[in-house]
Design a protein around this ligand. Structure first.
Ligand SMILES: *[C@@H]1O[C@H](CO)[C@@H](O)[C@H](O)[C@H]1NC(C)=O
Ligand SMILES: *[C@@H]1O[C@H](CO)[C@@H](O)[C@H](O)[C@H]1NC(C)=O
Ligand SMILES: *[C@@H]1O[C@H](CO)[C@@H](O)[C@H](O)[C@H]1NC(C)=O
Ligand SMILES: *[C@@H]1O[C@H](CO)[C@@H](O)[C@H](O)[C@H]1NC(C)=O
Ligand SMILES: *[C@@H]1O[C@H](CO)[C@@H](O)[C@H](O)[C@H]1NC(C)=O
Ligand SMILES: *[C@@H]1O[C@H](CO)[C@@H](O)[C@H](O)[C@H]1NC(C)=O
Ligand SMILES: *[C@@H]1O[C@H](CO)[C@@H](O)[C@H](O)[C@H]1NC(C)=O
Length: 535
């Protein structure tokens, strides 16, 4: 009896210890006046961090915050349900229920645009590797997806498409990849594939086909695809897929043109193609679908919409009303995050509710694109919060992945032929041969690193007083047999009690912080016969 209570006491002290691991290379922090810190990487130093696999009765906690913590790692002991403690005395109580499950995760990533690759190539080989390692390896944030434009975008130094000449070449007799593919994007993708431990799932999208396929014979402005070239535009996609495959780069999915409403309302002045939902449905059903599904690349995911969240109901209601067969062809819906503040995320539930075999993936997001914003705000924690807010909201509405826009940009947020500069999680300073990992990088990483492909979202129930500001959260069970909970605290320091099956963790969340905890997945303890027999 004495022995047992001594052991329990000893065990409790052991588990209650907080200890830190020291293998990570800390952030070389540079404080930006009035903002948070950026982590500086130069030719000989770049911060990194490895995931610490959790032990049986403890959890691993990672924190990034406005005050300057970046993936700060701690290992802490659990309390057991039934131990003497105060389960509901924290301001907020979260209960995880692994038996209630939702969508399966595809992954996280960023875009290999011409601009990203130009900046990457402007660095020396050591720094080039540090960028790839920061994003795509186990010492970084473990991205496993990428978006690769088909031809040019505004984040190119010129307007271009494939087979621009000869014009009216319906058979695409002159389809070659561009110098930007061979010199910029392909080498960067090879470096990513080489460094990554998992297959990279690449989503590709056309911004604009060659002008001769379009009604306005231009890269930008009001436009439609000429009906005579509906089949040609489908072939254009298949040829791109074949050319990339020949370079050793398998394409996982394509979208049915980037942001089609830009070419309908002339919302932007960069490369675009306008599609009405009716025309797009017709093209998918009669041309794109048969072309892809009859090819050796028939497994490629076909994603439609690829536009702002508010367009989702139009795509489903209108396209399927006119062209119900499109449902057999498309695998899912791609959404962009730019106008999320005007559209409730509940529009996404519409998809999973009525079309449960279709998935939703976020294929583009960036900060600083609106006229009232600065394009780049070095060290901005607000932008990290904007990212994590959107990611958690999407994940809680069945989105299976989140792909960022440009992997890296220069200090002005370019290059961009149309001066449509935006911010990026990594900014490159070619003159001084260094780059800066911004707060947005760590915000995305707090999710991407610990939520691997095939993780399944589970239910979290929050209990709090009416006036208490809630902490945003999302939880998953991972194929590593662990449970991961991501928490975003948008205000002052806050304590939170987390319960999962038979364990309890009391967390102190720092002000303006993102915290991820990981622990071994708990199973309901099995009833033993002797427990029943013992009086
Ligand atoms: C690179 O960064 C490390 C860590 O901040 C620093 O000690 C070193 O002096 C830097 N090297 C150069 C060449 O600036
Ligand atoms: C495209 O090729 C087909 C068969 O190879 C041919 O019949 C047709 O005339 C060609 N079309 C054009 C516009 O060159
Ligand atoms: C591939 O990765 C290894 C390290 O894993 C590195 O030494 C090599 O330079 C890389 N090769 C390319 C082409 O990036
Ligand atoms: C393959 O092509 C044929 C003829 O164009 C078409 O009828 C059929 O539906 C296509 N198959 C698929 C799976 O799309
Ligand atoms: C994810 O699940 C799919 C389908 O079950 C499987 O083919 C794939 O290997 C899994 N990937 C990982 C990384 O677990
Ligand atoms: C997770 O648990 C299952 C069943 O308990 C086991 O088959 C599988 O190998 C485990 N996976 C890992 C990565 O530990
Ligand atoms: C949280 O903060 C309280 C009050 O400062 C402290 O007593 C407690 O030990 C902290 N808990 C953890 C898990 O750090």
């Amino acid at each position: 009896m004495l022995v047992r209570s001594t052991l329990t006491l000893f065990g409790f002290i052991l588990l209650s210890c907080v200890y830190k691991t020291t293998t990570d290379k800390p952030c070389a922090a540079r404080q930006i006046p009035r903002e948070s810190v950026v982590c500086v990487c130069n030719s000989t130093y770049c911060d990194d961090f490895i995931r610490e696999p959790p032990e049986d009765d403890s959890y691993v906690m990672y924190t990034s915050n406005k005050a300057g913590l970046r993936f700060e790692k701690e290992i802490k002991g659990f309390q057991k349900v039934g131990d003497k403690h105060c389960l509901y005395c924290s301001e907020i109580h979260l209960e995880l229920d692994p038996s209630v499950t939702f969508q399966k995760v595809e992954g996280f990533g960023g875009a290999v645009t011409d601009a990203a690759a130009i900046n990457w190539k402007s660095l020396n080989p050591a720094l080039q590797y540090y960028i790839i390692k920061s994003y795509y390896t186990n010492e970084g944030v473990e991205y496993n997806m990428a978006r690769v434009p088909i031809g040019g975008t505004d984040f190119s130094t010129r307007t271009y498409a494939y087979n621009e000449f000869p014009v009216d070449d319906a058979n695409l007799t002159n389809f070659h990849l561009a110098p930007e593919d061979y010199k910029l994007k392909i080498p960067m993708i090879w470096a990513i594939q080489n460094a990554s431990q998992v297959p990279i799932h690449i989503v590709s999208s056309t911004w604009s086909p060659p002008p001769w396929m379009k009604t306005n014979n231009a890269f930008t402005g009001f436009s439609r695809l000429k009906e005579a070239y509906y089949q040609t535009y489908a072939d254009y996609h298949l040829k791109f897929i074949q050319k990339y495959e020949a370079e050793g780069i398998p394409i996982w999915g394509i979208t049915t043109t980037n942001e089609p409403i830009n070419g309908i309302f002339h919302l932007t002045s960069f490369n675009s193609l306008g599609w009405t939902v009716n025309q797009l449905g017709k093209w998918i059903v009669n041309h794109l679908g048969p072309t892809i599904r009859n090819s050796t690349h028939n497994h490629i995911k076909i994603l439609t919409c690829d536009d702002q969240r508010f367009t989702v109901p139009f795509f489903f209601n209108m396209m399927l009303h006119e062209h119900p067969e499109a449902l057999k062809i498309i695998d899912g819906i791609a959404v962009h995050s730019y106008n999320d503040f005007i559209t409730p995320a509940s529009v996404l539930n519409f998809v999973t509710k009525y079309y449960p075999d279709k998935f939703i993936i976020s294929t583009e997001a960036s900060e600083g694109s609106f006229p009232w914003q600065n394009n780049v705000v070095l060290g901005s924690w607000d932008r990290a919060e904007s990212y994590i807010h959107d990611i958690l909201e999407d994940l809680n509405h069945d989105v299976v992945g989140w792909i960022d826009w440009n992997l890296c940009l220069d200090l002005a947020g370019g290059p961009n032929w149309e001066s449509n500069f935006v911010d990026s999680p990594i900014l490159v300073n070619a003159r001084d041969q260094e780059f800066y990992k911004q707060p947005m990088f760590y915000a995305l990483g707090q999710v991407s690193k610990l939520v691997p492909r095939n993780s399944t979202r589970i239910q979290v129930t929050e209990t709090k007083s009416f006036f208490q500001r809630s902490v945003k959260h999302v939880a998953f069970v991972t194929p590593r047999n662990t449970t991961v909970l991501v928490l975003y605290n948008s205000g002052k320091a806050q304590s939170v009690t987390v319960k999962c099956v038979d364990v309890v963790a009391k967390l102190n969340l720092t002000a303006h912080s993102i915290t991820t905890i990981e622990f071994k997945t708990r199973k309901e303890p099995e009833m033993k016969l002797e427990d029943l027999l013992t009086p």
